[in-house]
Design a protein around this ligand. Sequence first.
Ligand code: SIN
Length: 348
Amino acid sequence: MYESDVINEESERTAFRKAEKKYKIYYDNTKKKKVPKPVDTSEVVDFSSILDKYNCNGEVGEGVSVLKCDFDRPVFCLDSRPGFYFIPGALSVEEQCHWIRESLLSFPQPPNRTNHNAMYGPIEDLFISAEEGKVLVSEERPLDRVDLETIVSKSDPGWKFVEESNRKNACNSVSASVLLRKLRWSTLGLQFDWSKRNYNVSLPHKKIPDALCQLAKRMAGPAMPCGEEFQPEAAIVNYFGIGDMLGGHLDDMEKDWSKPIVSMSLGCKAIFLLGEKSREHLPIAMFLRSGDVVLMAGEARECFHGVPRIFTDAENAEISHLESQFSDLPYLDYIRTSRININIRQVY
Ligand code: SIN
């Protein structure tokens, strides 16, 4: 996962890394405004076009097949990557809006952890505070007797949201809007410990919300072993802003790889790289759009994968369908230049 964003010299030369470099964003320094250099996407597999073609004449093209199952939409497979399934447009526009809202409003709420925990401890109401223009401040408190007895002052620096006008009284401060832009992940259900790369069942946690469980169970269906039902126990929500990428990695900390990871895309279009067991193999690049669902089970669980690029410009983001649905401007403002990925796992 994120640890693999750290790229050493040797991995710089692998086929996977070369593909990451091919698709990552580079800016044209000759222009005054930050303009991304054009990227050649002619080799990127486009399942939306494949779906259109399939709906039109029943053909899918070389290397792609349609899974025979009773899912209510076509489920595509790649012949060279058994256990990988792509369901274009699996989520309705209403579902996409709902899960974007939840990802911003509810999922980062404690006891769920986020990347901000390490620095600030649990933060409540990040999205609302950003909307209200609030600022997270730490007030250095003199050690009083209670502090000394409970030794809380060192471990609890007392970060809290205040009005911008109160910022001047604080020793340290950071705007909620900055923190929202720097939100990189939140974890639901069993909490993933990034430092140890495993699930820490002793960390306080809430169950994954029932509606998300039901959705994940339904989506997982095409990839599940016959007669078994997917049991969502943990989810990682990834937030991507302008220029963000997710380096090649494996999701291998779950016990039973016959169960899929259910991965849902929301917001701006992205390029997803699906490699093989080694980074030495050339990955397949494909577009991920808002509403697409990917399942990775069995052999595909052993494949390196990552997201080298998201498209945040109006022309390429392909989120116009969300514009009319969000009556609440702050969500639309966020998602116009962001992507959210919710990936749901059965851990045991
Ligand atoms: C992941 O592989 O963990 C996330 C993939 C995605 O963002 O689509």
